[in-house]
Design a protein around this ligand. Sequence first.
Ligand code: CU
Length: 160
Amino acid sequence: MKSPIWKVAVLCMLMVAAGSAWAETHEVEVRNLGSDGKRMVFEPALVEAAPGDTVRFVWKDMGHNAATYHPDNRGKPALVPSGAKVWDSGFKQPGDTFEVTLETEGAHHYFCLPHEGMGMVGIIAVGDAGKGPGLEAVERADLPDRAKVRFRALHDQLGN
Ligand SMILES: [Cu+2]
């Protein structure tokens, strides 16, 4: 009369536990107004992830996208680790989401096309952020002043 259901339940719990140990999902809100009162923000603007983790962007407002700094994205400067995935969410509606899973270690810099000039940028640091690109590359790149200001603060948090 032994039911196999408890075995299935235990197996399921083990699989969930193992899965969460291997890969996490980090949520980033895409907002007109941040909780700190700043306009046009990714919140949090800095995500520290492990290789294989997923970042899920959640649109709270419309008129924004999220795209990696890379020449393939409108000729922008390359501010991702070499060999990194290049992505662009496209424009979304409130409630929409976009997920990207990153494997390449380093600092993946990204921007919102309409609001880059307002400093609407962010970093996904995968594994060892010291693998770069670091703040030096940001300073050398052709970026709007307010994007650089935001990146300086984020690199300050990262310590590189
Ligand atoms: Cu935006």
